[in-house]
Design a protein around this ligand. Structure first.
Ligand SMILES: Cc1cc2nc3c(=O)[nH]c(=O)nc-3n(C[C@H](O)[C@H](O)[C@H](O)COP(=O)(O)O)c2cc1C
Ligand code: SF4
Length: 484
């Protein structure tokens, strides 16, 4: 992952531990009720892909165990990892694009209900993504995949040359010359692997996205409801289809791109179709970006506009993230695919302990507050999930009391210690394992390996019946620390 050049090291701290009175008076431990969203406390485990589904996208015992372990720590809400809405192969990522997935998902729901004693609300993040190809060797790309155009002929001053002749010439060029001849998109496909974008309206299936996505999302949400989830989180963040519609880089000319008003059109149509399909008490919210952190991307002003319109449309919550785009991703090795969390925008999404003067804790708070203020100024009380580096009571409480958010999104700290909230509640705060923000977990995610935490994945490996990683060297869920 990219790191800020300043390379300043930060350390997580336990902060001030609350006594009983402080706990009782706290925002974090207070309940929340808005429209259909009812939380017993305001800690929220945002979506984290653990790479535990089958290659067909089905729930496995490892998936159930993963969420069961989090549920034992009784967060206010858990959002199940990004889950694909289409019935197409996508490797070991969870899927919800067909009724055959419903039973597996129901077993996950049942386990979460049982482990949390019904205290944790359970949502599932539903996602659409476009195709991305692995990077191939330059010769292969120039020989077989690049579409030769008159633009190439013109720049090479080879009017009338055949495609084969142009390819031959291109294969003799050095990288700088290739950059001059190929357009930006072609050069990126050569260096990073080709990927589809929402702007590719010359491709019929991309042109048709506004026609097909509302129903695909609605069908997925209905399946989530049938499986017993309390609601869905529409994934409108990071590098994926819906975020690309919201992006300032979306220049579709079919009424779904260009100005903010048109960029938000499909996300609102998807929400409306989902809302009209599921039952009245089923929660529907969205995760989107405060700032895309890419050149020409959307900023907090855009996000504020989106937040207000989502609130006006009746969403039950707004969850804010940051960055995580393909646009600035590192060049992958030949044979690998680009990964959206490897560039500066990826850093902003999951900031690491080696940082700049702003540090890894709370980098998204000010922008989240801006979005929340815009929503409040328009008279909407829609709860906002604020996230990024929250790892102790003091920090969560400060974010909630100062109006940066209404719910504390805590991803890696929950992974480091699924019991952190329970420990605070029972006065055992000193035994909380603090996330070190080294992003060991994220490195596993990037390599599509089962995600674990370095603080616990080698401990008590001989415990009977624990599930281990494929190589048998790591345990897949945190040990039981209830006695600590
Ligand atoms: C291993 C891993 C997988 C993630 N997967 C998702 C995901 O599926 N969907 C999503 O919106 N965010 C995902 N994220 C981002 C987190 O939800 C969260 O926004 C980010 O880690 C920052 O919060 P934190 O500092 O509390 O960890 C993932 C993060 C990690 C570390
Ligand atoms: S591996 Fe554990 S300690 Fe390291 S960043 Fe991930 S959750 Fe935090």
């Amino acid at each position: 992952m990219w790191k800020p050049p300043e390379k300043i090291r930060f350390e997580s701290t336990l902060g001030h531990l609350p006594d009983r009175q402080a706990l009782e008076a706290s925002k974090l431990f207070s309940s929340l009720s808005y429209q259909r969203l009812q939380l017993q406390n305001r800690s929220w485990l945002p979506a984290m892909v653990p790479w535990r589904a089958t290659n067909g996208g089905e729930v496995t015992p490892e998936v159930v165990d993963w969420y069961g372990r989090f549920a034992r720590g009784k967060p206010g809400a858990i959002v199940v990892e990004a889950t694909g809405i289409r019935d197409v192969p996508s490797g070991p990522l969870l899927r919800i694009g067909h009724d055959r997935y419903t039973d597996g998902l129901r077993s996950l729901v049942d386990r979460v209900r049982q482990e949390s004693g019904g205290e944790t609300r359970l949502f599932i993040q539903i996602i659409d993504f476009l195709s991305i190809r692995r990077r191939i060797k330059a010769e292969k790309y120039l020989e077989r995949f690049l579409v030769i155009t008159d633009q190439h002929r013109q720049i090479l001053k080879l009017a009338g040359a055949s495609d084969a002749e142009i390819r031959q010439v291109l294969m003799t060029l050095e990288s700088e010359d290739l950059k001059r001849v190929l357009d930006e998109r072609e050069y990126k496909a050569l260096t990073h692997g080709a990927r589809e974008m929402v702007n590719d309206t010359h491709l019929p299936h991309i042109a048709d996205l506004p026609q097909v996505l509302p129903q695909l999302f609605a069908d997925a949400a209905l399946r989530a409801q049938e499986a017993g989830f309390d609601g869905v989180e529409l994934h409108y963040a990071h590098a994926y289809t819906m975020a690309s519609f919201l992006s300032a880089t979306n220049d579709r000319h079919d009424g779904y791109g260009g100005k903010r008003h048109d960029r938000i059109r499909l996300p609102l149509e998807v929400f409306a179709r989902v809302r009209n399909t599921v039952s009245e008490d089923f929660v529907v919210g969205a995760r989107f970006l405060t700032d895309e952190i890419i050149d020409g991307g959307s900023r907090a002003d855009d996000a504020s506009y989106f937040g207000v319109e989502f609130a006006r449309a009746g969403m039950d919550f707004l969850s804010l993230s940051r960055g995580g785009k393909f646009d600035d991703a590192k060049r992958p090795k030949v044979g690998a695919s680009a990964y959206p969390y490897t560039g500066p925008s990826g850093y902003e999404c999951m900031p690491q302990f080696i940082s700049d003067a702003s540090g890894p804790f709370g980098r998204n708070f000010a922008d989240t507050a801006q979005v929340r203020n815009a929503v409040r100024d328009e008279g909407f009380e829609t709860p906002v999930v604020v996230a990024g580096g929250i790892h102790n009571f003091e920090m969560a409480e400060a974010a909630l009391s100062s109006g940066e958010g209404d719910i504390a999104g805590v991803a890696r700290q929950y992974l480091a210690d699924p019991d952190w909230l329970l420990k605070l509640k029972s006065g055992r705060g000193k035994s909380i394992r603090l996330c070190e923000y080294t992003n060991y977990c994220e490195g596993l995610d990037q390599n599509h390996k089962q995600v674990t935490c370095k603080l616990w994945d080698r401990t008590e490996l001989d415990e009977p019946e624990i599930l281990k990683s494929h190589d048998g060297k790591r345990r897949l869920v945190a040990p039981d620390w209830s006695a600590e």
